[in-house]
Write a protein that binds this ligand. Structure first.
Ligand code: DI6
Ligand code: FE
Length: 398
C-alpha cells in the first residue's frame, strides 16, 4: 500500500463486523477519505500523519436512520398543558397537535428551518453521529415540503454530515383535504413526489400507515408511485395498531419498517423474507407512555436486523440523543448492548441502503469514525445523559 494519509493509533476498535468485532491495541489507517488498513498497532503501515488516540475506542460513526429533526416550533406548551390536566380534545380544538407544527413549518423559510434545526442536529452530532436521515412531513403541500427537504440538504452541507432525505408527504391529512384523503394521496403521488424527486430532494419515500394516518391501500398507491420513480420505500408501520404495513413494505422490498409495536408474526416473517430492517423507536414509546413493546424476541429469532433511532420530532419524541435511544432499547425492550450498537451503526446503515459505504470499520468503507472515552463498547448504551464522545472523523477528517 502507498503511504496512508492519516493513522489512528493506540486505539481499541469495535469494527461491528460479526458483533462488536473487538480489536484491542489496534490502529486504523485512512487514505482518500476511506479506511485503508486495520490491524494490530505494532503492524501499522507508514502514514503522512499519526493521531495518538490515547487508548480511546473507535466505532463506526453512528447513524440515526429515522428523524423528523427539521421542523419549526415545538410543542412543550401542549405537553405542559396535558400534564396540567388538559385533554387531547382540548388541545386539538385549539388547533394543537401535529397541525401546530405544520402551521409553524409552513410559515418558515428555508433559512428559518435551518436555523431552528441546527442546534438539534449539532446536539446529535456531538454524540458521534456522522449520518442521519431527515424526513419531510410537516409541510403537507409541495412548496413547504420542498423547503423542509432543502433545509435538510443544506444542514448536511453546512455541518459536513451525511444526510439522507425522505419524503413523508403522507404523514397527516392537511386541513385543505379534510374528508378527502384519497384526493390528497393523488396529490402526493402525481404532483408532490414527482416534482420533489425531479429536484433531487428525495432519497426515499415514507408514509404513516395508521388509523389516524393513511390506510394500507393508500400507502400502496404511494409505494407504487415511488417504485415508478425508482425510489426505495420505508414505512411508519404498526405503531398504534396492526395495519399489515410491515408486510406491505416487505412486498415492495422496502428498506425498513419503523416503530412496530403492534407487529404480527406474519409481519415478522414477511420482513425476514424480504430483508427489511426493523427500526425501533423507543423514544416515542417512552414519551407516549405506551405499554405494548415491539416483538423483539421474535424479530431476533427470525433474523430480522434491528436498528435503533431517535425519531426526533416535536410531538412524540423530542429527543436528539441516539445514545439515550440505545439505552432505552436495552432497558425497555431488552435489546443487548451489542444489538443496540449494531442498531445505531451497521443495521441503521442498512435501513438507509448505505451498508456498502458505512456502518462498520472495514477496509474500503468511508472513514466515518467516532472516538470514545469508554472502557468497553457496552458503555455506549449503559450511561444515561453522559456523553463519552471524544472526537468525530468524517471521511477521514478529524
Ligand atoms: N409517528 C409519530 O410518532 C410521529 N409521526 C408519526 O408518524 C408524530 C409526529 C408529531 O406528532 O409531530
Ligand atoms: Fe417517525
Amino acid at each position: 500500500m502507498s503511504e496512508a494519509d492519516l493513522l489512528f493509533t493506540n486505539a481499541h476498535l469495535a469494527t461491528m463486523v460479526g458483533g462488536y468485532g473487538e480489536l484491542r491495541d489496534a490502529a486504523l489507517a485512512v487514505k482518500d477519505g476511506r479506511i485503508a488498513w486495520i490491524g494490530p498497532r505494532a503492524d501499522a503501515p507508514p502514514a503522512a500523519r499519526a493521531h495518538d488516540c490515547g487508548g480511546a475506542w473507535i466505532t463506526p460513526g453512528l447513524v440515526d436512520c429515522h428523524t423528523h429533526i427539521v421542523h419549526a416550533g415545538n410543542r412543550s406548551n401542549e405537553w405542559e398543558a396535558r400534564l396540567n390536566g388538559a385533554t387531547y380534545e382540548d388541545i386539538a380544538r385549539q388547533g394543537g397537535g401535529i397541525m401546530s407544527t405544520v402551521r409553524a413549518t409552513r410559515e418558515a423559510s428555508v433559512d428559518a428551518l435551518v436555523a431552528e434545526s441546527l442546534p438539534r442536529v449539532r446536539a446529535m452530532l456531538r454524540e458521534g453521529v456522522t449520518t442521519l436521515e431527515i424526513k419531510s412531513g410537516y409541510g403537507l403541500e409541495l412548496e413547504a415540503e420542498a423547503r423542509m427537504l432543502l433545509a435538510a440538504r443544506r444542514i448536511g452541507e453546512q455541518l459536513g454530515v451525511r444526510v439522507r432525505t425522505t419524503f413523508l408527504g403522507a404523514h397527516a391529512l392537511p386541513p385543505e383535504f379534510a374528508g378527502r384523503a384519497d384526493d390528497y394521496v393523488t396529490e402526493v403521488c402525481e404532483r408532490m413526489l414527482p416534482r420533489l424527486a425531479e429536484q433531487g430532494l428525495v432519497d426515499a419515500v415514507d408514509a404513516f400507515c395508521e388509523r389516524i394516518g393513511f390506510s394500507n391501500a393508500q400507502t400502496e398507491r404511494i409505494f407504487a408511485a415511488a417504485r415508478a420513480l425508482g425510489l426505495p420505500v420505508k414505512l411508519h408501520a404498526e405503531q398504534l395498531s396492526d395495519q399489515q404495513g410491515a408486510a406491505l413494505v416487505a412486498r415492495y422490498k422496502g428498506l425498513s419498517a419503523d416503530h412496530l409495536e403492534y407487529l404480527s408474526p406474519e409481519g415478522v416473517a414477511a420482513m425476514a423474507a424480504a430483508g427489511t430492517v426493523a427500526v425501533l423507536l423507543p423514544g416515542a414509546y417512552y414519551f407516549l407512555r405506551e405499554t405494548t413493546p415491539p416483538p423483539v424476541a421474535a424479530l431476533r429469532e427470525a433474523g430480522v436486523p434491528m436498528a435503533v433511532s431517535t425519531d426526533c420530532n416535536p410531538g412524540t419524541s423530542p429527543m436528539t440523543s441516539l445514545l439515550l435511544a440505545m439505552n432505552m432499547a436495552c432497558t425497555l425492550w431488552r435489546l443487548t448492548p451489542q444489538e443496540a450498537l449494531l442498531g445505531a451503526t451497521l443495521h441503521a446503515a442498512r435501513a438507509l441502503g448505505l451498508q456498502d459505504q458505512i456502518g462498520t470499520l472495514e477496509v474500503g468503507k468511508q472513514a466515518d469514525l467516532a472516538l470514545w472515552h469508554i472502557a468497553r463498547p457496552a458503555d455506549l448504551a449503559y450511561a444515561i445523559g453522559f456523553n463519552p464522545c471524544k472526537a468525530v472523523v468524517k471521511a477521514g477528517m478529524l
